[in-house]
Design a protein around this ligand. Structure first.
Ligand SMILES: [Ca+2]
Ligand SMILES: [Ca+2]
Length: 249
């Protein structure tokens, strides 16, 4: 499982919360009394959708604004008083998680795109960071191919927002970085590299968290791109990948 989650984790996991978007418990006419999309006084960020907002598994994808069981003007009416809520620091409103199938919990890649297949990337159950599945790039046993094992996303970031790429990887290698490596890049829709997020030849056998600010590409479509390169010398390299999100605020 992943490491400790910060208190801000729920704000970065809107897909894990059933946002309560309607209802009112008073007449003050502001977010303090009226539920609405995103954060508001009566309902906060919403009711949990499983435990994803707190670091666990997030089964639902994208924003969830309806079909919540037992939401709730009644249960929230006692949670808000003007004396306490006026001191609340408001989180960013309208936060959105843009990656579909971020943790491979469908058991397959779609809508991820397999770019290179030496060897073919696979969705596996042997080493998840959260949930039951993760993606495996590169080779953990057998023959060392010469080539790349690569997957990517295509993410359109809305204009004018701040956005952060977040992912976890678990690397292993018996080789050196001049031969084999694990890496992530941001590419454009032509396949050109916009940024190298990380490049390593690590044998840490540890789930490692990476965040990367992608705000500069707001209003465009980017391709978060993940690769393991091997050189065919018999010394294997691999990387498990999980919980890949792009969150706006
Ligand atoms: Ca997973
Ligand atoms: Ca090698």
């Amino acid at each position: 499982m992943g490491g400790a989650k910060s208190p801000s984790t729920p704000y970065t996991s809107p897909s894990s919360l059933y946002d309560v978007v309607s209802g009112s418990n008073g007449g003050c006419g502001t977010y303090l009394c009226n539920a609405g999309p995103g954060y508001d006084g009566p309902t906060g960020l919403g009711t949990p959708n499983a435990t994803g907002a707190f670091g666990g598994v997030t089964p639902a994808l994208g924003t969830t604004t309806s079909s919540s069981p037992s939401t709730t003007s009644a249960s929230t009416s006692t949670s808000t008083s003007t004396s306490t809520s006026t001191s609340t620091t408001l989180p960013p409103s309208g936060s959105q998680q843009l990656v579909v199938n971020p943790g491979f919990e469908t058991g397959s890649f779609s809508p991820w795109v397999i770019v290179s297949s030496s060897p073919a990337p696979t969705v596996v159950t042997t080493n998840p960071n959260t949930g039951s599945y993760s993606a495996l790039l590169g080779t953990v046993s057998g023959t060392d191919p010469s080539g790349n094992s690569t997957v990517r996303l295509g993410i359109t970031i809305p204009s004018g927002v701040h956005a952060t790429l977040s992912f976890w990887y678990w690397p292993a290698t018996a080789d050196v970085i001049t031969n084999d490596w694990q890496e992530a890049q941001i590419r454009n829709t032509s396949g050109n590299t916009l940024a190298q997020v990380f490049k390593d030849s690590s044998n840490s056998h540890t789930w490692t968290h990476v965040t990367f600010d992608v705000s500069q590409w707001a209003g465009t479509t980017i391709r978060p791109w993940f690769n393991v390169h091997e050189n065919g010398n018999g010394l294997l390299t691999s990387m498990y990948l999980d919980d890949v999100t792009v969150t706006t605020n």
